[in-house]
Every structure is written in C-alpha cells, then in structure tokens.
Design a protein around this ligand. Structure first.
Ligand code: PLP
Length: 457
C-alpha cells in the first residue's frame, strides 16, 4: 500500500481511509497504485564504488489522535467555467519566476457547517477578502509548491502531487485549518493542470509551477480556530533554476536569527514562517552569501537545520575513520519535510549503490571542523524550485569554510557541483520529465496529465 517514507505515519492512514458515503467508481485514482519493495538497484547504478553499510532512519512518532478529516471534497462535484481563450500564449521561455499566471485557477470554499463546497476551475481573478480575515492578520495561511513537467508524449506529469497534498494536510492540522482527502485534492489539481496543459513549457528543466494555497477567511478580530476558509491553486510557467548549469552558492550561518524553534511551525509550510526570514536573507546578501544556513541553539552547540527555503544535505565522513555518508537533519519538528528531501533519501542508495544515507543531527562546530579537515565531499540544498542546489562554502563568524565543487566544462555548460549532486539532479529530472520510470514500487511518484478535450465534466 502507498506509504510515503520518511513522513508522519498519519499520512499513510489518511491515504488508505475511504471517505464515508462516497463511491469513487469511474474516478479511481491513477495516483494510487500498489507499492512493492524497491529493488531496481542495478538499473540506477552509476557504478560509483561505495561502502556497504545499511541505511538508518529516524522517524517522528505518530501522535495519538488523528485530526478531524472533512471527507466531502470530491472531484465528481467539480465545475469548470472557462474564460474566453487568450489570443496567444506568451513566450514561455525566459519569463521571470512566478510573474505570469495561467488563465484559470482552482477554488474550493470550506465552512465548518457544510465542509467543502463544490470545487471550481474558473478564470484567474482577484480574491474578495474581508479586511479582518485571519489570513491577513494572523498569517493563518498555508501553501504548497509543486510542478508539472512536459513529457515526450506531448502531455505532462505532476511529480509526487499526493505527497504535497498529504503535507498540506499536516500543515492544515497545525494551524486548525480544514483537512481534506489528499488523493481527491491531487486529482483536482491534475484536472486543473489538464485545463492549463498548453502552459506547460515543452523544454527539459522548464515546468508549470503550481501553488496550492489555503487561507483562513475567518472575519472577526478575535483569535480562534477557523470556521471559514478558501483553498485555491494558481499556476505559473517557470524556467530552470540554473539556466546555464548547476552553480554553487555560499551560505551565511548565523545564530542571530532562528527560522523555527522546537514546538514551533517549522514542519508546516505556513506563510508565517517566511516573512521573518526576508531581513536575515537581506543581511546574508550584504555578507556576499545567497541565503542563510539556519542554526538552532547557541554558539558551537547549535545544530544545522535548513538552508534558506531548502533542506540541507552533506556527503561527508563524520570522523577520520568513519565511512562516507549522506547526512541530513532528522524530521524533529523544526525541519520542513521536503518532497525533494525524501526523493533524495530514496534515490541516493540507488544512484550510488551501498551509499550510507542517514538522518542525524550535527552541529555547526561539527561542520566547520569537518570542512577544515577536508572530510566534507559535497553539500547541497534541496527543494522543488531548484531540485538540488550545490553549496561551495559556509560563512560562519566571518570565516569561509570551503566545500569542494568540481568545476567542469560539460556540453558548453559550466557545471559547479560534485558527482553525487550531479547524478541525483539528472536522475530526478529524468523521472520528472518521464524520460525514466520512477524506481520500482514508487510509480505513484509521477501522475500523468493528458490532453483536455475541452468538454468540461
Ligand atoms: C518548501 C520548503 C522546502 C522544500 O520542500 P520541497 O517539497 O522539496 O519543495 C524546504 N524547506 C523549507 C523551509 C520549505 O519551505
């Protein structure tokens, strides 16, 4: 059964639980396919020699009670209202990130009395929001970032959309926003992308970025749980994050600011986590760095958590005698459970057979010491926008700790990234564009979007 790894066990249960009173005959999800063991190591292998330790996982325990689930969201209630077709699509290449939006949007209203209303795909429009809405005053807002990629068949495919909707449910739970059936919502997004298929750029590395959003429409000043909310999704064609090949960045490590404390909302993708990071990022840029390396704790004992809005990975030896391992901090509540993070955790041992992959805490002192001793082989951030972003240095207390990248001329592109970073990037890109099947047992990672007949439902 479908069981995303490295995520909260609630996810698996919510996927399996059928919604009472709903038959999904004829709407059977193409997303849900049985999952068997992952075994295609040889097909994935790049032939890099590696030590043979088994991988270790730490998982966050399930909480004892499930959140309330509102099961009445249904694809069968979808209404499609098309706007007048645009005279001509803009040139989809070279648009600045997230500035041009497609012609339509998906909307679903929710109230505590009636649950989810009928989903609608309607022409793109501004929202009418009450000036007291909790989304505006108290940042009761969550969002997701996912992409649809062009495939050789002329259609497109979404990458791990159910996982995004599962994560959105967890964020919703944290902010007392309504939850929904993640498969049903993923199918609605699939239909939305189908309507906007012409906007999926037909180039490798380009994609249609989809931004599902859920805002509290609670329209009184008193702080309380949400009784009125709006889910919507908008979409924007985007180019590759690195148009001229992977380019390494430098990070500013600081304990001056905290991205997410223990018991906070670090594991929820909520708007409230991001406004406060704009100033630290501006300061990082003043110091000649692209983003912050977020630390949690005091001085040298501070643990490394995330890199900007990316999860952080290192290929290193923990000590002179330790084996090489790929390490990332565990999901302890301060870390956003990235879909790309999980993808890397699952693909790394296939791309590099036998590679030890661990989720473990490490401090900034560990990192600096390892960099000085030459024990860090590669470091990168992961996220939907960039996939993998190589890291060439960490600046801490005014000193640069260098991490190797391998500048190399490849097909007229300057690639500035280590071997594993490059291999994972191209493996993921190949899966996203359908040039390669997901590993055995993980076929639900890609969800096809085929040509819309223009009929509506
Ligand atoms: C969105 C996000 C990520 C990356 O998540 P993906 O699902 O891989 O796109 C990592 N860290 C933070 C803080 C984020 O907001």
């Amino acid at each position: 059964m479908l069981r995303p790894r490295g995520f909260h066990p609630f996810l698996a249960r919510s996927l399996r639980r059928p919604c009472p009173g709903r038959t999904s005959a004829g709407l059977q999800s193409p997303l849900l396919r049985d999952v068997d063991a992952c075994s295609q190591v040889s097909e994935w292998s790049l032939g890099i020699a590696a030590p043979t330790e088994t991988r270790a996982h730490t998982e966050v325990e399930a909480s004892s009670s499930d959140p309330p689930t509102y099961c009445n969201l249904s694809l069968s209630d979808l209404q499609i209202h098309r706007g007048a077709a645009p005279a001509q699509l803009p040139d989809l290449v070279g648009l600045p990130f997230g500035t041009h939006f497609t012609d339509h949007m998906l909307e679903v209203e929710w109230t505590a009395e009636r649950g989810w209303g009928a989903p609608r795909i309607v022409p793109f429009h501004n929202l009418s929001v009450h000036p007291a809405a909790h989304a505006l005053h108290y940042a009761v807002e969550i969002f997701e970032g996912m992409k649809a990629y062009h495939t050789q068949s002329g259609g497109a495919q979404l990458f791990r959309p159910v996982d995004n909707m599962i994560r959105m449910n967890l964020s919703a739970q944290r902010l007392c926003l309504p939850t929904f059936d993640p498969v049903e919502m993923a199918m609605l997004l699939q239909k939305f992308v189908e309507v906007e298929l012409a906007w999926v750029p037909p180039h490798i590395g380009h994609s249609l970025y989809v931004r599902p959003t859920l805002i509290s429409m609670q329209d009184r000043i008193a702080l309380s749980a949400t009784e009125k909310a709006l889910f919507y999704a908008i979409a924007s064609p985007v180019g590759p994050y690195f148009p001229t090949g992977l380019k390494a960045i430098r990070l500013l490590a600081t304990t001056k600011y905290t991205r997410a404390p223990h018991g906070g909302t670090g594991d929820a993708k909520c708007g409230g986590n991001y406004g406060g990071t704009i100033r630290p990022e501006w300061e990082a840029r003043q110091a000649g760095c692209a983003q912050n390396l977020w630390l949690l704790g005091d001085d040298e004992a501070a643990v490394v958590t995330e890199a900007g809005t990316m999860n952080f990975f290192m290929l290193w030896r923990e000590s002179e005698t330790a084996p090489l391992e790929l390490v990332t901090p565990p999901l302890d509540g301060t870390i956003l459970p990235g879909i790309t993070r999980d993808t890397v955790l699952q693909l790394a041992p296939l791309v590099w057979p036998g590679l030890r992959v661990v989720q473990r805490q490490f401090t900034i002192a560990d990192l600096c010491e390892a960099a000085n001793a030459g024990r860090i082989v590669e470091a990168f951030g992961t996220g939907t926008a960039c996939i993998l972003c190589p890291i060439e240095a960490i600046r801490y207390h005014g000193q640069d700790y260098k991490i190797p990248t391998r500048p190399a001329e490849q097909a007229r592109q300057t690639v500035q990234a280590g071997k594993l970073t490059q291999a994972l990037t191209s493996a993921i890109l190949d899966i996203q564009h359908g040039r390669r099947q997901p590993p055995a047992g993980l076929t639900h990672w890609t969800v096809p979007v085929t040509h819309d007949e223009g009929q509506g439902l």
